[in-house]
Each structure stands twice: as structure tokens, then as C-alpha cells.
Design a protein around this ligand. Structure first.
Ligand SMILES: C[S@@+](CC[C@H](N)C(=O)[O-])C[C@H]1O[C@@H](n2cnc3c(N)ncnc32)[C@H](O)[C@@H]1O
Length: 405
């Protein structure tokens, strides 16, 4: 297929002007200034314009692009499954694509694209093979890939890194994926990897000192009181429902949605194993140590919580089944080979730094980041069990959904 060129939108560097604006407004009652109403069709959706989270941009030593081999492992393990599912489940007759319309694919939560590009290549090539297998080679459509992430994402790096050899047109779609982002019935294939563990925001009750779910002294729900856990799990269920409802509007009838969702096998860990939430607790213990040393106040730690939630397969299935817009075509647990790519304390620490630094800077300031991650590296190195990938029990749930007619 001939080489196609991208439609590139330009964005500001997220580490400079946007982040500074955000920091000066987010912790005050001006928060509403960052919100606006998006009129999408006949629905009015209030949406956070900036969003709170983005991975480290650029291509430097702490960038997401240089430190996401863990997430790349997810694409690798999903490849044969995606290929098989597209070959068997994609219903070409019911898609919007025809001789005049492109086949539209969206990646929700693409970051700077490093892992998104191979995934989009896998999907477009599998769709091409499907057309060929059905004797429709002359009808293979143009592909249009929509790269979605938060407004603060470094889209410049994404567009600068687009593979020169690709078989799709590219465009950016900035904004939070828990709401509508695309026109009704415009999407043929939705994809999201390692992004649906991010909540739309920290559940309000966990930072409210008058609430029974106030998470004083902790930064996440692992090991916290049941009320804290419930605030997170309720928020997660609402967020996933919103995501599914939005995609149900955007997908054509018969359209497919492949989700790769970071999760845990069970909510309680056995002592010899750990998961990504356990590592967030370890960052929390470093923050507490730093507060004790006077680098910032204890209240600063009390008011910080990670807006992430790691579901279990049964819970995710129950949430999806509450939506009547999709059938579950396939659901299984994948063992991420990417966890074997972080053998040293330094590598593990930088992998989490690339993901969480923006969030932590917003709350604690950039001055303390080196010290925080030095402490974190030392704690990891001191506990050999953290460095043994066999002890890492996080899982990835693969779900393939089909839009009902
Ligand atoms: C760990 S990265 C995964 C990136 C990429 N999919 C991969 O596998 O390497 C999670 C991405 O989801 C994005 N994200 C989180 N919440 C989001 C939201 N509500 N709307 C859009 N993107 C979001 C983050 O900004 C981040 O880029």
C-alpha cells in the first residue's frame, strides 16, 4: 500500500507552560477554571480540559519513551491474540469503511506513541489480511489512526516519532477518554493498553478529612481501611462505565474494542509477592520519610493519593456486563513478559519515574524528585524480592468487545 502522511496538530510542551499553569490553579478553589463544557451532539459533557496526568515526554533518560519496555511487553503478548480475533471476529460487511470511507482506529491513552505504533501496525495489517482472505483485496480501505491522550501529553514527540513506513494516516485527539471524544458511529476499532487503570481523578472522599474514607498518612488503597478501598473501587466502576458508554456511541455496529487492562490476581497479596500497587506503597513510604525529615509537611502527604486502581478479572467482567451495548467476545489473563525487562533497582525506579513524575511534581514540586527516586531506588535495592520478576504478580486482562447492533 502506498505511503501515507500524517495530519499533525501542534501542542505546547507539557513540561513548561501547561504544567506551570496547572500547578498554580489546581490546589485552590480555582479548580473549576480548568473545566469547560464540551458540546458533543445533543449531550453536554463537562470535561477537565488539562487532565492531571501525563507520562514524562521527550526522549531523555527519564522519558516514558525510554522507559516503557514493561508496557511494550503487553503489546508483544497481545499480538497473536489481536491477529486471531481480527481474523475471526471482524465483520467486514457491518463496518463503516467502504470505498469512500477510511477504516478508523483509535488508541485511547497512547502516550508518546512508542508502544502505540507497533500496536497500530499489528491491527492495520491484520485488517488488511482479513480483506484479502475474504477476496476483497481491491476494497482495502485507507486507515485513519486517532491517537488519544490527555491534553498535557507530549503529542509533539508522538508526531515526530511516527514511523516513516506506515500504512495509515495519523491524527491526534486530545482529552480525557472517560467522555465522548469522537463523532457518533465513526470508529471501527477501539484499542487501549495500560491506560484503564488510571482514574479520572482521585476519589474526593479519600482527601476529605471529614470523610470516613480519608486516607491520612497513606498514598493509595493497599493496606488502607476498607472505606478507602471502596471509594477507589466505586470510582473505578463509574469511570469504566463512562468509558464504555462513550465508546458505545463512537463505535459502529459490529465494531471491535480491544482492551489491555493492568490488574491484580486478587486484592490481597501474599507476603512473598508484590504488584504495582505495592510499589506505589513503597513510594508512599519514601514520601513519609521525607516529610519526617522536614522536606515537606505531613499534610502534604495526607493530601496526596495515586489516582490508579488495579481491578481483578471478576470485577472488570461484572462492570462490562452492566453495559448492554457490547458482547464480550474474549477475555483472558496475560502474563506480561515486559516485567522481565527491568532487572535492576535503577531500571525499576526509572520506569515508575517516567509514569508518575508529572503527577508527583504537581503536588510536591520538582525540587524533591531526585531525592524521592534516589530513596525509592535504595528501598528497592534493599529488598531483593522486589527485583525478582517471578515475585511480580501484576497481570494484564485482555478483553475483546463487540458493539451490538
Ligand atoms: C502507562 S501509559 C500507557 C501508554 C501506552 N498505551 C503504552 O502502552 O505504552 C497510560 C497513558 O494513559 C493516559 N491516560 C490516563 N488517563 C487518561 C484519560 N482519562 N484520558 C486519556 N488518556 C489518559 C496517560 O496520560 C498515559 O499516557
Amino acid at each position: 500500500m502506498m505511503q501515507l502522511y500524517a495530519t499533525v496538530n501542534s501542542f505546547q510542551n507539557p513540561r513548561t507552560s501547561i504544567r506551570m499553569t496547572l500547578r498554580s490553579t489546581m490546589d485552590s478553589n480555582h479548580r473549576t477554571q480548568n473545566r469547560r463544557e464540551l458540546n458533543v451532539g445533543d449531550k453536554t459533557i463537562e470535561s477537565s480540559v488539562l487532565g492531571l496526568y501525563a507520562m514524562n515526554g521527550g526522549g531523555g533518560p527519564n522519558s516514558y519513551a525510554q522507559n516503557s519496555s514493561y508496557q511494550r511487553g503487553v503489546v508483544d503478548v497481545a499480538k497473536p491474540i489481536l491477529e486471531e480475533e481480527i481474523a475471526t471476529k471482524l465483520d467486514l460487511k457491518r463496518l463503516s469503511a467502504n470505498n469512500t470511507k477510511p477504516f478508523q482506529i483509535a488508541d485511547f491513552g497512547c502516550s508518546t506513541g512508542h508502544n502505540s505504533f507497533p500496536a497500530m501496525q499489528i491491527i492495520t495489517e491484520a485488517v488488511e489480511r482479513k480483506f484479502q482472505a475474504e477476496g476483497l483485496t481491491s476494497q482495502i480501505p485507507d486507515f485513519h489512526v486517532l491517537f488519544n491522550d490527555q491534553v498535557m501529553n507530549d503529542f509533539n514527540t508522538l508526531f515526530q516519532s511516527l514511523p516513516t513506513q506506515r500504512n495509515y494516516h495519523a491524527a491526534g485527539v486530545p482529552g480525557p477518554f472517560h467522555g465522548r471524544l469522537l463523532p457518533k458511529a465513526s470508529l471501527d476499532f477501539a484499542y487501549s493498553s495500560c491506560a484503564l487503570n488510571w482514574l479520572s481523578e482521585v476519589p474526593k472522599a479519600v482527601t476529605d478529612s471529614t470523610s470516613p474514607a480519608w486516607n491520612k498518612g497513606k498514598v493509595h488503597y493497599t493496606g488502607a481501611r476498607q472505606e478507602v478501598f471502596e471509594a477507589y473501587s466505586n470510582h473505578y466502576a463509574n469511570d469504566i462505565e463512562s468509558f464504555i458508554e462513550a465508546r458505545a456511541e463512537e463505535l459502529v455496529n459490529g465494531g471491535l474494542m480491544a482492551l489491555l487492562v493492568p490488574a491484580v490476581p486478587a486484592f490481597k497479596n501474599v507476603e512473598t509477592s508484590y504488584t504495582t500497587p505495592t510499589e506505589m506503597d513503597l513510594i508512599g513510604s519514601c514520601l513519609t520519610d521525607m516529610a519526617k525529615k522536614g522536606l515537606f509537611s505531613k499534610e502534604k502527604v495526607d493530601s496526596f493519593n495515586f489516582p490508579l486502581y488495579f481491578t481483578i478479572p471478576e470485577e472488570l467482567k461484572a462492570i462490562i456486563q452492566r453495559s448492554h451495548s457490547f458482547t464480550i467476545e474474549r477475555m483472558e489473563i496475560l502474563n506480561n513478559p515486559g516485567k522481565r525487562t527491568l532487572p535492576t533497582a535503577d531500571a525499576r525506579a526509572t520506569y515508575l519515574r517516567a509514569v508518575f513524575e508529572g503527577l508527583l511534581i504537581n503536588h510536591f514540586g520538582s525540587e524533591v524528585m531526585d531525592e524521592l527516586f534516589n530513596r525509592y531506588t535504595k528501598k528497592l535495592a534493599a529488598s531483593q524480592s522486589f527485583l525478582d520478576p517471578d515475585n511480580e504478580k501484576s497481570i494484564i486482562i485482555f478483553v475483546l468487545l463487540k458493539r451490538k447492533s
